[in-house]
Design a protein around this ligand. Structure first.
Ligand SMILES: Nc1nc2c(ncn2[C@@H]2O[C@H](COP(=O)(O)OP(=O)(O)OP(=O)(O)O)[C@@H](O)[C@H]2O)c(=O)[nH]1
Ligand SMILES: [Mg+2]
Length: 460
């Protein structure tokens, strides 16, 4: 596809709402909109003054009236894409939006690909790649924290940091390059020790940025928590209590939940997916066995596992086995549910067997103990994901991987400074510089760009 033809898409969600917007971008956008727009003012030109809203109607090529609209024309270069842009504000109904888009597409525009408006903003130099990723993240943000980070990225905070780092690398490399070109002038002092110190400091800053990246990603992508336990201990009741709605079926017959059931909420700024699972026990029923297998898989994939026990029943071997579920790196929490009933679990025994374990009591049926439980979940997650410092605005795995490679290049210099030939030091500095360039999209392949933008939603 050429990158400068005229594109159009529905830029608002396809559903019922007060206003829906169809956006057209490219050199033909004015003519395209003109072909479908009729002004409500008899005798007036269509929409002559840039950035004014004009009232009128959209008709298709057969003259059929589609909607009453407001249209505005924004000439290049002061637009999102830096191209001529028209926005049609219509009523947001699925058919109206689709009909208007169809009319526009029949008059010189083609349907935009996902993320194509933002890709053009990037290609035309309005934003860099990290800002474009910020745009994607703000659209997808599921928590206040994620939205805050995305806003800062869009405003160019990450870009500024990356550019500063690149400037520092250039400042370190420039004297070396000069010494390669004019060796006689640098005979005595061609490897200033300050390079080593500066690279070390840079490594420290990069490590800090990387530490915070994980929490940023958790805020953006969310965290999954699996609830597991024997049948009938109150797993589904706990899910319902945490969600504040009767999402899962609760019943006193064991084996009520057969499949995985997800609920979503925000806890301490983390978008959390809580997964209720089938009770785990020995069984020969193939359906139950499949449910148990799914429960185990959900636990294996979760960042935090909540093992629920019925505290009104004495501890069983199965309970003890279940507490051991998961891998070494996974966080775990034991919930002694049904705390409103007489306690039969021997807490001392439990503490002795699992001295390091987080153990809490709840009565899910009566919404008791939930505040302490969510508080504990937040402190476990906060501990798992380091608190980012101000400078950490990395959010995507792509950015993180690149930053790790930058760090590796600089660590090589810092660790082997005395023995590393100067050409290799310069090489690693250049490599780090180029990798940082990939984060902001200055050095990146077309195929990778296409892949990044294809993950955007339609109309953005
Ligand atoms: N007294 C008391 N009963 C509870 C509590 N939580 C759950 N129950 C009861 O325990 C029974 C089982 O609850 P569920 O939430 O369906 O248990 P589950 O672990 O999801 O069970 P399965 O889906 O069969 O594995 C129901 O009768 C609930 O009302 C609680 O905190 N106190
Ligand atoms: Mg259940």
């Amino acid at each position: 596809m050429p990158d400068n033809d005229t594109i159009a898409a529905i830029s608002t969600p396809l559903g019922q709402g007060g206003i829906g917007i169809i956006r057209i971008s490219g050199s033909n956008s004015y003519q395209t909109a003109q072909s479908v727009f009729t002004s409500s003012k008899p005798g007036s030109e269509d929409f002559p003054i840039p950035r004014y809203l004009y009232h009128g109607y959209i008709k298709n090529n057969r003259g059929k009236l589609l909607d009453e609209v407001l249209v505005s024309f924004m000439p290049a270069p002061n637009t999102y894409t830096r191209e001529d842009t028209v926005e049609i504000n219509c009523h947001s109904g699925i058919y109206t939006l689709k009909n208007i888009l169809e009319a526009v597409l029949g008059n010189g525009a083609r349907l935009a690909e996902p993320g194509e408006f933002t890709k053009r903003a990037f290609l035309n130099g309005r934003i860099d790649l990290s800002q474009a990723e910020g745009v994607m993240n703000i659209i997808r943000a599921r928590s206040e924290e994620a939205a805050n980070i995305a806003t800062r990225t869009i405003m160019g905070d990450l870009s500024a940091k990356i550019r500063d780092l690149r400037d520092e690398l250039i400042a370190l490399r420039a004297p070396m390059e000069a010494s390669f070109d004019y060796p006689e002038e640098f005979e005595d002092d061609h490897r200033p020790m300050k390079v080593k110190g500066a690279v070390r400091l840079l490594c420290g800053r990069l490590r800090k940025m990387l530490e915070g990246a994980e929490r940023n990603r958790a805020y953006q992508e969310g965290v999954s928590i699996a609830i597991v336990g024997r049948p009938n201990v109150g797993k589904s009741s706990l899910l319902n209590a945490l969600l504040g709605q009767q999402k899962a079926i609760v019943h006193d017959a064991p084996g009520t939940t057969r499949d995985l059931l997800e609920g979503h909420l925000t806890i301490g700024g983390y978008p959390v997916k809580i997964i209720d699972t089938a009770g785990i026990q020995g069984s020969i029923d193939p359906v139950e066995l499949e449910g148990i297998e799914r429960a185990r898989r959900a636990a294996a994939e979760a960042q935090l596992i909540m093992v629920v026990l019925d505290s009104s029943q004495p501890l069983t071997i199965e309970d003890l086995e279940l507490i051991k579920i998961g891998e070494a790196g996974q966080d775990k929490l034991v919930v002694l549910n049904k705390a409103d009933l007489k306690m039969k679990v021997n807490r001392k025994e439990l503490d002795n067997i699992f001295p390091e374990m987080n153990i809490l009591s709840t009565a899910a049926l009566y919404d008791k103990g939930l505040g302490l439980l969510t508080g504990k979940i937040v402190s476990i997650l906060d501990h798992r994901f380091c608190q980012p410092d101000e400078s950490s605005l990395l959010v995507s795995i792509r950015q993180e991987n690149l930053m790790r490679k930058v760090l590796m290049s600089l660590e090589t210099i810092a660790e082997q400074y005395e023995t590393l030939p100067e050409e290799l030091t310069a090489f690693h500095l250049e490599e780090a510089y180029n990798l940082l360039g990939e984060i902001i999209g200055e050095t990146i392949s077309d195929a990778l760009l296409d892949k990044i933008f294809s993950e955007f939603c339609l109309g953005k």
